[in-house]
Design a protein around this ligand. Structure first.
Ligand code: AN7
Length: 410
């Protein structure tokens, strides 16, 4: 297998290095390009045990390992949203529920690969900046690999479940009095030291793990017309696009989906610029949204994401927090899917685009639900609830029965 690194901006190519992240010539992010050895028929991947996680697709991964750090990540359910597709007016609508990963988000796919590399190159410690999910996933996979973990988190802006996971798995938590973008700057500096291995998505190897989402969607339903993805640092949408492109390049599929990236209005450097017809993002110093996972003002992978949307013929859209919360409620109460706010932005974006006449109604659409609702228990407060106080057994029974409006004879 021939593997190279290529700059997404200037196209310069480099020999493989597991510690080179930005193009030495122009400073932009790199991607992994490779020519695989002989590939099995796609059916072969399906036959392999789900215990192998993303490594079920090992011929499509550019890193070989005899002992990968895996917890069976990926293999998440693709769920048909039968109620919502009718309301929205889409022929077939599915949610790829990434909350079903071992730590509750899509990050596990990338972390399995990146932590395997960290271990095999002999790093002493791993380091990651995070709005929360990268932290939780890095902490878990690094614990399994026996690596010390440093997490740089924006103080007071990480959802409770994610912070709890980071602590539970024993990471050192560095709370910075600044936002995620500043935390990422700190990690870029630490990554230059040989002892540290960075687990953020400017590390192109991590994104190689995340592209497996495309393989699984293809396995379940073939290539859909649209894939709609929440966008923060813009790595995931790029990775998923790369996965679909490789399926086609390697002869497994004939088509490509259109990629749609959704941001929260208060943190929408890509969507705002794209909709204004600009060619570069409108970075912001003060991103703000209820969807803390995507509270990011300077997405490091913006160019990769921009290309994914442009090449595929998709679009970017931004949605206000009120619509994110409404989408979270719809997923939970109509379809039984618990998404954290950021994970529901894909549905909010779909609804907004549909209301603008973006779809003709005959499409097959996959929304990626990137993180589990348990990650952000505080977000439950945005939803109406009926709670009844009961003093004892009889009182509980009576109140439930009368609430349903029935009369029970005793
Ligand atoms: C639930 O954990 O950036 O566009 O530090 O947790 O690939 O950044 C999280 C991102 C979407 C955005 N949905 O993905 C972090 C972090 C959820 C997320 C995104 C994140 P990218």
């Amino acid at each position: 297998m021939r593997v190279r690194l290529r700059c997404v901006n200037c196209g310069a190519e480099y020999d493989v290095s597991y510690k080179m992240f930005m193009c030495p010539k122009c400073g932009q992010v790199l991607e992994v390009v490779f020519e695989p050895d002989e590939l099995p028929p796609f059916e072969e991947y399906r036959r392999r045990s789900r215990m192998h996680g993303i490594w079920r697709f090992k011929e499509l991964l550019p890193f070989k390992s005899k002992k990968p750090v895996t917890m069976g990540e990926g293999n998440t359910p693709l769920i048909r949203l039968e109620k919502l597709e009718k309301v929205i007016g889409i022929r077939r609508l599915y949610a790829k529920f990434e909350g079903a990963n071992p730590t509750g988000s899509f990050k596990d796919r990338g972390m399995s690969l990146a932590v395997t590399i960290a271990k095999e190159v002999g790093a002493r410690a791993v380091v990651a900046a995070s709005t929360g999910n990268t932290a939780a996933s890095a902490a878990a996979y690094s614990a399994k690999a026996g690596l010390k973990t440093f997490l740089v988190l924006p103080k007071g802006k990480v959802a409770l479940g994610k912070l709890a996971q980071s602590i539970l798995h024993g990471a050192v938590v560095v709370e910075i009095e600044d936002n995620f973008d500043a935390a990422l700057e700190a990690v870029k500096i630490l990554a230059k030291l040989e002892q540290f291995y960075p687990l953020n998505s400017f590390n192109p190897w991590r994104l190689e793990g995340q592209k497996t989402l495309a393989f699984e969607v293809f396995e379940d339903i073939g290539v859909p017309d649209y894939v709609i993805v929440p966008v923060g640092n813009a790595g995931n949408i790029s990775a998923i696009w790369k996965g679909f492109k490789e399926l086609k390049a390697f002869g497994y599929s004939q088509e490509l989906p259109k990629m749609v990236g959704i941001q929260a209005e208060g943190a929408s450097p890509l969507a705002s610029a794209y909709k204004s017809g600009l060619k570069v993002p409108l970075f912001t110093d003060n991103p703000e949204t209820i969807a803390t996972a995507i509270r990011i003002g300077k997405p490091v992978n913006w160019l990769k994401a921009w290309k994914a949307v442009d090449e595929s013929g998709g679009t970017f859209e931004a949605v206000p927090d009120s619509e994110i919360i409404r989408a979270q409620r719809m997923l939970a109460r109509e379809e039984g899917i618990a998404a954290e706010p950021a994970g529901a932005t894909s549905l909010a974006g779909l609804i907004k685009l549909a209301s603008q006449g973006y779809f003709n109604g005959d499409e097959e659409v996959v929304i990626v639900v990137t993180g589990h609702g348990l990650k952000d228990p505080d977000s439950a407060k945005f939803h109406p609830t009926e709670r009844i106080r009961a003093l004892n057994v009889e009182d509980a029974v009576e109140k439930v029965v009368s609430h349903l409006g029935i009369v029970v004879k005793t």
